[in-house]
Ligand binder design. Structure first.
Ligand SMILES: NC(=O)c1ccc[n+]([C@@H]2O[C@H](COP(=O)([O-])OP(=O)(O)OC[C@H]3O[C@@H](n4cnc5c(N)ncnc54)[C@H](O)[C@@H]3O)[C@@H](O)[C@H]2O)c1
Length: 428
């Protein structure tokens, strides 16, 4: 069996390798020639994916990458893992899915299974994608080809999160489509969770991510309320999590980041309007989470003020550009919002991140492109008026930071348990 996987990013690449390891021949398709060349040369461009794992599959003849979408005709199954961002007006941008549909449709063989994995609103698979595939191929979904949705549940940076062990939710356009998709994923994934429709599967993924967005907003709000009462939110959460039932810990931070949590819930908000429905929890969570960087900058100003300094003219080191610990992914990172706010107030902003040596031009924050991480040097650390920890990578030596930095604003409890001087660390 041969599967084509379209979009070889954080989702598509690990999935490709898992299928290849399971004995499926995988053709990876991407519009980015650099990625295709890197993979065919057994090089990795994602920190937590080993080049050796790619080499093993390339050398075994199980995995190959290409930019030639005509080759989709070789595959019995085509899995789509392309980006689903928001546009400038914070509306869903499914253009990558539509473009992919247009590229593969003319080359699809009869009986092919097409599965969408990109996170999106309910209806994308059986309305938008189906329409493009049917008009481009001249075939009918559920009759001439199979169609399904199966959301990715990748947790980058978590060593315990293995693609094959994460239960896979699947919804088919017809019962036969579902059976075909179960057959495909059954080769590579241990536990399958079949649902009644593509829409139910799309809605499941949105529920999972909305659940996180709402709960993170809750602890972000409580962080501010408890701080005013001189209560440490981190102590409270670690106590609450000792409850063996009915509680799941979420942690506050400088705002939401990544390709999923800040974006996906708004896909539902947009679609819900078509049904005259309002997503008040999503809107409120978005509002609370989006206000976090302002709160953090306010704390930076307080910390500097206590040292008779202003933000204007101060040297600030933002520590951590990646949106979460131990990954190199800086998409939607709140660190950029913090840097923008600080710069707008006249601060001289630098950053340190062991996994992001240089900021690359991307869809967001192109004005920071080219800025390089400072080197880890105790003398340099001591030269900043304030170090703002926005991401708590494990690789950072926080004890050394405490020895050399004058003032630290900590949004992640990275300094918890580290010996510090009175007044040195400000929680934010
Ligand atoms: N990153 C995660 O942790 C995660 C987790 C769960 C779900 N998702 C979802 O999975 C989807 C993909 O996310 P990702 O993080 O892998 O994105 P990514 O940006 O890392 O990868 C997407 C890939 O698609 C390629 N691409 C773009 N347009 C294309 C086109 N028209 N044809 C072929 N390839 C194209 C890009 O070059 C890139 O290599 C998104 O919908 C996302 O919400 C991501």
């Amino acid at each position: 069996m041969k599967a084509a996987i379209v979009g070889l990013g954080y989702v598509g690449l690990p999935l490709s390798l898992q299928f290849a390891r399971s004995g499926v021949d995988v053709l990876g398709l991407d519009v980015d020639k650099n990625k295709v060349d890197a993979l065919n040369g057994s090089r990795s461009y994602i920190k937590h994916i080993e080049a050796g794992d790619i080499a093993a599959m390339v050398n075994a003849g199980r995995f190959e990458a290409s930019t030639d979408f005509r080759r989709a005709k070789e595959a019995g199954a085509i899995i789509i893992c392309v980006p689903t961002p928001l546009n400038r007006n914070r509306e869903p941008d499914i253009s990558y899915i539509i473009e992919t549909g247009k590229s593969i449709a003319p080359h699809m063989a009869r009986g092919t299974l097409v599965v969408l994995e990109s996170t999106t609103y309910p209806g994308t698979t059986d309305e938008d994608l189906r329409e493009v595939l049917e008009s481009g191929s001249g075939m009918k979904a559920g009759v001439d080809f199979h169609l399904a949705f199966s959301p990715e549940r990748e947790d980058p940076g978590n060593p315990d999160s293995k693609v094959e062990l994460i239960p896979k939710v699947i919804g088919g356009y017809t019962p036969a489509c579902l059976e075909k998709a179960k057959e495909l994923y059954g080769c590579a994934i241990k536990k399958l969770v079949p649902l009644s429709s593509c829409r139910a599967a799309e809605a499941t993924k949105i529920l999972e991510n909305t659940f996180r967005a709402v709960n993170i907003a809750l602890v972000n709000e409580l962080k501010i309320v408890y701080s005013a009462m001189d209560i440490d939110i981190w102590e409270v959460i670690s106590a609450a999590r000792t409850k063996p039932f009915g509680f799941m810990p979420f942690y506050p931070g400088p705002g939401l980041g990544g390709h999923c949590i800040p974006i996906d819930p708004f896909y539902l908000t947009w679609k819900a309007r078509e049904y005259d429905q309002h997503t008040r929890f999503i809107e409120l969570a978005g509002e609370v989470n989006a206000s976090m960087p302002e709160y953090v900058v306010h704390r930076v100003a307080e910390a500097l003020n206590s040292r008779r300094k202003a933000v204007n003219g101060s040297k600030v080191l933002v520590m951590g550009i990646a949106y979460k610990p131990d990954v190199d992914d800086d998409r939607e990172s709140p660190s950029y919002v913090l840097m923008d706010l600080l710069k707008a107030r006249g601060a001289e902003v630098s950053f340190y991140d062991p996994f992001v040596p240089e900021i690359h031009a991307g869809r967001e924050h192109p004005h920071w492109a080219g800025l390089r991480s400072i080197a880890w040097d105790p003398k340099l650390l001591g030269a900043f008026d304030v170090v703002l920890i926005s991401t708590n990578h494990k690789a950072v030596d926080y004890a050394e930071l405490a020895r050399h930095a004058g003032c630290i604003v900590d949004t992640r409890n990275a300094m918890g348990g580290i010996q510090t001087r009175p007044g040195q660390v400000w929680r934010a």
